[in-house]
Design a protein around this ligand. Sequence first.
Ligand code: DGJ
Length: 533
Amino acid sequence: MQAQVSALPVLSRDGQRTQLIVDGQPFIMLGGEARNSSASNPEDLESVYQALDAIHANTAEIPLSWNLLEPEPGKFNFQLVDAALYGARKHNLKVVFLWFGTAKNATFSYVPDWIKSNPKTYFRAQDASGREMDAISPFCDAALNEDKRAFSAVMRHIREFDQRDHTVILMQVENETGLIRTDRDYSATATKAYDAQPPSDLLKYVELHKDGLTPVLQNAWKQSGYRTTGSWTEIFGDLAPEVFSAWSVSRYVEQVAAAGKAEYPIPYYVNVALMNTGSARPGDWPSGGATAHVIDVWKAVAKHIDIIAPDIYRVDFPQQAALYNRSDNVLFVPETGFSPYYAPYVFTVLAGMDGIGFSPFGIDHGRLADTDRSELKAKEGELTAGAVAIEENYRVLRPLLPIIARNRYRGTLFPVVLDMYRHESLAIPLGDSLTAVVHFDEKFVAETQAHRSGGIILKLAADKFIVAGEGFHINFAELRGVARDSEYLSIEEGTFVGEKWVTERVLNGDEENTTLLLRHPRILQVRLNRTLQ
Ligand code: DGJ
């Protein structure tokens, strides 16, 4: 008898709420991304999976390199795909595959040799001086057709291999697209398109979404009096090269994504290289990637891309994340720094912004000999500082995932994260005349980036809370009636199995205090006596 093919992973949307559904259940990704070269042999992959196990991750982000998969035109070798999937299943991990196709960090470093060495057919983007770049032109249909063909072969293979198991839950299409060191492609084909009128579909979209456009795009268009006829420059003024790049790059990626989805329609996303602090012009950052300037252009064009996901390596993490937490875009952070500084932002993403996943980059740091980031180096077998910080956070989050999934979009999840701009305490309004007052054990120290405190509060009822995390202490302040802290009816330490609370110890006497101590990672359930109001 043939096994039943159950529903594929899907992003289910209900109004402004989006859930990633895997095997019929909402899924939240506690991820980690392998280093770029860690999927070129099965042994390195095994150490990636071991590193993920050590931090309690449930999802592996694994690169798939076009040049390794299709070394000769039309001759595919899927051994590495299969090895990645067998390994992940053995470790009980879900997989997000990263298609390193035409674009990898705005260059073509992962395209097959037979494309790189044939620049006549697979022509390159040019800068303003006519210099050929190390990137395929987004107007090169020959390369686009090869990428579409290769990506659909990959997706067909993944479907055949995985449609019953659903190990692969999400696909990244290309990697940090855009053009670097030029604001747009100046090849002859591109310039012809730039001098023409922008396509009517794009103009219709911006007209329809005029009030909701990101401020930079809206302002640029406003300068022209919201024109809908004329050249790119006449309509979008100084922003025209970046808008044009976003249109040309997203159009390319959209066609690759559509070809893949025709074979295997699971959710797809793109990751974005953000504008760095200190960068002034498009081209300093990959111009045409879905930055906060032009994300609306991507939304207009790339209909087969379900999520636009920021790679956040910036100290203003919460501000950057907020730009991608939109009613038309659920937040997923597919890359961030694998360091103690970024670790607590997993709580910001999951509890503060209803995000569906968080995934530091380079989780196999310290295991590959060539790392020169000495602060992250660890002796063989030891966890790096970044891994320790992530492990502690993922340790408390992992059992909470089902209950977090159920509480998304209800206003009942609260992150406990010391922002770099705040000092050492935080007041978190919890509704029902109650505020949590948090004091952090460590201050944020910019020089060492030692910033490990973080946690989550889950409001189960007006008098019942889960508090989890580490590096802080917390009390509940009653706002109604005489000023006082809440009394506790009970404080229990424990965990969840599914959505069922399991008490491990009951705290009272010397262990009970109006201030709950979370010096080390722990999960507490408290019931408050709120009858005194
Ligand atoms: C961002 C890229 O998307 C990753 O593949 C990797 O190259 C990191 N940068 C390195 O920091």
